[in-house]
Design a binder for this molecule. Structure first.
Ligand code: CMC
Length: 432
């Protein structure tokens, strides 16, 4: 549906006679946006490095109120979804806009389960990687390679092809993820088991071996499912925007998701969960926390408290609250009463939340602060943490890609404030 202006913004520029009128649109929630699209025709671009004040698209999928610490998926608060729903139901909601009926839910779960296996030929890709390759490197490569396997569903203008691709990606990413772990340990790949839930199946592909089944604890499976659910979508973050940008060229969805995985890898984004654990290891003991808080506040020191701060949340990340509670449940189930890492994380959180620097800059724990502690307790190696984030985020990426492709869209093409050399003539080599 075309946007309708509710107000008009007037932009006057020094020395120009006519002010420029710009339409203002109102969203269902959140701040109004000024449509600057027609500024180009007036000889201007807007300038907003890092897209701090720029909405890049319309979307119906997820809403975040960063000041209040609110996260809604299709209108449903994340806390309610975490308590009453599960990851696959949220996948359905993100993709379709509404919660499924019992029958729709059964059909969706069964469809996902029936797409969990990957083409046998895909296994060969793994042997091209070194055993010590980072699993995110493998994820980028193997997910991108899926486009070479599913020629039957690559017509992005066909909604049925898009639907099948969404199902394939949600179903196969955990298999690809678990295979990247198995490859690093030298153990044989474990096939998916369709009698298990999404999270249970992932855990068994990670931890079973051909000689021994993996007994999945219900608490651990619930925690795993919650981790996937809490990461499922987060509106126009860096990786989702990357997926949209790649998709806006008409690139195939597997390539777009591979681009999203690559963008997620960085420590400022999905790589933060791995970085939190590495940071806690480096801090080593509660008695060193003050020293590291000082380092984080020192402008000449690049050190940051990983798992703290967020571009949008200027309040406690609602996902971090659920994560903290899950963390306690998991450690209790595993009988880990005095976990030194958790003890350090809690002490660090307490000190940072009271410290003037963090209070003034409104830096709160984010989703990654506690997820790493849970994953470590479950036995997932640190290098796999961002892979787990990617697995959880896949439905969000694909829902955004599908939303964009289903409506009118343009190729994403930002402009720039050019500061380089002005026009000059080429000087032959002999004269330089
Ligand atoms: N520790 C210490 N200082 C910080 C931190 C931190 N974790 N985060 C931000 N700051 C300071 C920063 O130095 C800056 O100070 P000043 O205004 O004096 O220059 C101010 O707070 C604003 O920071 P910014 O980098 O301009 O803010 P941003 O919105 O561009 O960055 C962020 C957001 C998440 C990249 C940043 O907070 C950060 O690097 N956090 C640590 C990494 C992390 O936990 N990332 C996971 C994000 S949540 C998962 C996801 O959605 O990907």
């Amino acid at each position: 549906m075309a946007n309708e202006a509710t107000k008009t913004a007037t932009l006057s520029i020094d020395g120009e006679a006519e002010p420029i009128e710009l339409p203002v649109y109102q969203g269902a929630e959140g701040p109004n946006v000024i449509d600057v699209g027609k500024l180009t025709a007036q000889g201007y671009f807007t300038y907003d490095p890092g897209f701090v004040s720029t909405a890049s698209c319309d979307s119906d999928i997820t809403y975040i109120d960063g000041d209040q610490g609110i996260l809604l998926h299709r209108g449903y608060p994340i806390e309610q979804l975490a308590e009453h729903s599960n990851h696959l139901e949220l996948c359905y909601l993100l993709l379709n806009g509404e919660l499924p009926s019992t029958e729709e839910n059964e059909r969706f779960v069964s469809t996902i389960k029936n797409h969990t296996m990957v083409h046998e030929q895909l296994r060969r890709f793994y042997s091209g990687f070194r055993r010590d390759a980072h699993p995110m490197a493998i994820m980028c490569g193997v997910t991108g390679a899926l486009s070479a396997f599913y020629h039957d569903s690559l017509d992005i203008d066909d909604s049925e092809h898009r639907r099948i691709t969404a199902h394939r990606l949600i179903a196969k990413i955990p298999t690809i993820a678990a295979m990247s772990y198995k490859y690093s340990t030298g153990q044989p790949f474990i096939y998916p088991r369709n009698d298990l839930s999404y999270a249970e199946n992932f855990l068994q592909m990670m931890f079973a071996t051909p000689c021994e089944d993996y007994e999945v604890s219900p608490t651990i499976a619930k925690a795993m499912d919650r981790i996937f659910l809490l990461h499922a979508d987060h509106e126009q973050n860096a990786s989702t925007s990357t997926v949209r940008l790649a998709g806006s060229t008409g690139a195939n969805p597997f390539a777009c998701i591979a681009a999203g995985i690559a963008a997620l890898w960085g420590p400022a984004h999905g790589g933060a969960n791995e970085a939190v654990l590495n940071m806690l290891d480096e801090i080593g003991s509660v008695k060193n926390i003050d020293k590291y808080i000082k380092k984080a506040k020192d402008k000449d020191d690049p050190f940051r408290i990983m798992g703290f701060g967020h571009r949008v949340y200027k309040n406690y990340d609602p996902r971090a609250k659920v994560m903290q509670q899950t963390c306690h449940e998991v450690l209790e189930e595993l009988g880990v009463e005095d976990d030194p890492i958790l003890e350090m994380a809690q002490a660090l959180e307490k000190i940072a939340l009271e410290d003037e620097y963090f209070v003034e800059k409104r830096l709160y724990p984010n989703v990654d602060f506690y997820s790493g502690i849970i994953l470590k307790a479950i036995g997932i190696p640190v290098e796999m943490f961002t892979v787990i984030f990617a697995t959880g985020r896949t439905p969000g990426w694909i829902a955004h890609w599908n939303e964009m492709i289903s409506g009118p869209y343009k190729i994403g093409r930002p402009r720039q404030l050019y500061k380089g050399a002005t026009k000059r003539d080429y000087e032959p080599l002999a004269n330089r």
